[in-house]
Design a protein around this ligand. Structure first.
Ligand SMILES: Cc1ncc(COP(=O)(O)O)c(C=O)c1O
Length: 417
């Protein structure tokens, strides 16, 4: 019986593929069912883009012997980042998580004040208020792009609300005009978690220039890579003054480094943490920033090809870019039928193409279940997005052949549905 069923299934699959003209790469058996894979060597989901200039910059910084924090290369990077983003202050940090922590550390909101965070994000977005004794209030997201659902924010604002932390999921900017409008109406602080969106634009401005403070990540998986690293940027003088001290363990070492002859020592003036970044990584950041537009353009070219190639696949959703925005294509995802997600990931891997899920909504994690107040069915769109999201490789070091194989593999697998 089983054998007959197996043959029948195979025939059925074959017939469907013959008539389905949309999928491409038809007639070849899926690798997950024993067919020949599109390629033997698995394409990783992500890889940094480094060139000779990056290697040289790191070597030079090491040879300079100034390897500790807040060195000349870090300062150079901060100057260049300020110009790139068109903001008044930029500070290089050890991570976006550190930058987000600083954003709240410098504010002194009353303990238990509430901070609005999208349910669909990485834990660091919520850790920042938590580390500063604030309460996280989760809000559902847009089911088409995972960004905070602006229409659902106002209902969550109370007398205790102090801040909103929008996130640019996949590098696609949150709808900042609407968020800033609400912030103005209720006198809220806006911390933009732009960890994924270096180089993205919203209504003609770069992300980073759209909120009270903004935080970027330069982690190994991001568009600008230093390994582990981030930045906090702002236009506010008072916040900048506090950030300078808080990120250097609550000391005034910044002014000591700027001009050691002036005082000859530094003092402990506040609370803080060790969030300054090494000069070696400062040099790498300068070198990476020089080519960020080139790297983002390469991502865009590949993403556009994916959009073209996959737009005709039945029942598959593609990323929705916020109106008036330009995304940096930090990552590319497909929205697939929910009950097929796991199988599609396995089938793509069998074809030699790494695919994965990205983020499980905060409310599904035990830590946030215990910590936050919410109804079980309060985040239908975060669940919908999460249940259908399959991430595929997108990064500048992908070769043309890799991209061709990804297109072929995705069409082969999704064309078989
Ligand atoms: C939205 C978001 N916020 C914060 C972070 C944390 O970044 P980092 O690893 O630099 O601390 C990430 C990392 O992926 C992220 O995606």
């Amino acid at each position: 019986m089983e054998k007959i069923g197996g043959i029948r299934n195979k025939l059925f699959y074959y017939e469907r593929n013959i008539v389905n003209k949309k999928g491409g790469s038809m007639c070849s058996e899926l690798a997950i069912n024993g067919g020949t894979p599109v390629r033997e060597k698995l394409i990783p989901i992500n890889a940094p883009y480094f060139d000779q200039d990056d290697y040289k910059a790191v070597e030079m910084a090491m040879r300079s012997t100034f390897v500790s924090g807040d060195g000349p290369e870090c300062r150079k990077f901060e100057e260049k980042l300020k110009k790139y983003l068109n903001v008044k202050y930029a500070f290089f940090t050890t991570s976006a998580t550190a930058a987000l922590d600083l954003a709240f550390m410098v504010k002194d909101f009353p303990e238990g004040s509430e901070v609005i965070v999208p349910d669909f994000t990485f834990t660091s977005t919520a850790l920042a208020p938590i580390l500063n004794q604030l309460k996280v209030v989760l809000v559902d997201v847009d089911p088409l792009n995972g960004n905070i659902d602006v229409g659902k924010i106002e209902a969550k604002i109370t007398q205790k609300t102090a801040a909103i932390v929008p996130v640019d999921y996949a590098g696609n900017p949150a709808d900042m005009d609407k968020i800033n409008h609400l912030a103005k109406k209720y006198n809220l602080y806006v911390v933009h978690d732009a960890a994924q969106s270096i180089g993205s634009e919203y209504k003609g401005k770069k992300t980073g220039a759209l909120a009270d403070v903004s935080c970027f990540s330069f982690h190994g998986t991001k568009n600008l890579v230093v390994g582990e690293g981030g930045a906090i940027v702002t236009n506010h003088d008072d916040l900048a003054e506090k950030i300078i001290i808080a990120r250097e363990k609550g000391t005034d070492k910044y002014s000591y480094i700027s001009n050691p002859k002036k005082k000859g020592y530094y003092e402990y003036v506040s609370k803080g943490n060790s969030y300054v970044q090494s000069n070696i990584l400062g040099a790498l950041a300068v070198s990476q920033l020089k080519k960020i537009d080139f790297m983002n353009r390469r991502r865009e070219d590949i993403a556009k090809r994916y959009m073209r190639e996959f737009s005709e696949l039945d029942g598959i959703g593609l990323p929705k870019v916020t109106e008036g925005s330009k995304t940096n294509w930090h990552l590319f995802y497909l929205l697939v039928p929910q009950n097929k997600k796991e199988w599609i990931i396995d089938a793509l891997k069998a074809e030699g193409i790494m695919a994965n899920i990205h983020y499980n909504p905060l409310h599904l994690n035990t830590y946030y279940m215990d910590l936050c107040d919410f109804e079980e069915d309060e985040f239908p769109n975060a669940m919908k997005f999460y249940d259908s999201l399959v991430r595929i490789p997108l990064y500048p070091s992908l070769m043309e052949k890799d991209v061709n194989d990804i297109v072929r593999g995705v069409r082969k697998v999704l064309g078989s549905l």
